[in-house]
Design a binder for this molecule. Structure first.
Ligand code: GSH
Length: 158
């Protein structure tokens, strides 16, 4: 269900005490926070898991998912909502530089394609609205983004 965030329906707050989307309603269960929803779906539809099997690799994947949600998305959201946008853009560029270093010599952020890579896809699809260009200043992020967006499951949604 789509929600108008400028005029939130009452039941959004009943479902999610943070009154944010996304919210997943699965039978009697309600799950919020995108990282937790992603892990829930990954566990529920077993077979192909997108979290690394190794505990250390799994922890690293979660570290980068947390980096995205606690650093990259808040800076991007401040830009979109005009909250000290110049400072927010600086913060975002700093976070992208951190990621650029992390991606040096790597195809995916942790080992094979994982939930950590998946989590960054919405950032790439929305990057234009944040006023950042992932260009030759960020060659590793450019290559990574191109590969993520070219995946058939992603490309068909663009
Ligand atoms: N940490 C949350 C952030 C969710 C979030 O900020 N959602 C935005 C839309 S992308 C929202 O609902 N904003 C409305 C608001 O903050 O009032 C998550 O990953 O699910």
């Amino acid at each position: 269900m789509e929600v108008n965030l400028k005029n939130k329906p009452k039941d959004l707050l009943e479902l999610n005490p943070y009154a944010k989307v996304p919210v997943l309603v699965d039978g009697a269960g309600v799950i919020y926070e995108s990282a937790i929803i992603n892990e829930y779906l990954d566990e529920k539809f077993n077979g192909l898991t997108l979290l690394p099997k190794n505990a250390l690799q799994r922890a690293k994947a979660r570290i980068w998912i947390d980096f995205l949600n606690s650093r990259v998305h808040p800076a991007a959201s401040d830009i979109t909502h005009d909250r000290e946008p110049d400072r927010a853009l600086q913060r975002l560029q700093q976070h992208l530089s951190t990621l650029e270093k992390e991606m040096a010599g790597k195809r995916f952020i942790i080992g094979d394609y994982s939930l950590a890579d998946v989590s960054f896809i919405p950032f790439y699809t929305r990057r234009q609205r944040y006023g950042v260009t992932i260009d030759e200043n960020y060659p590793n992020l450019q290559r990574w983004g191109e590969e993520l967006l070219a995946r058939p499951a992603v490309a068909c949604t663009l």
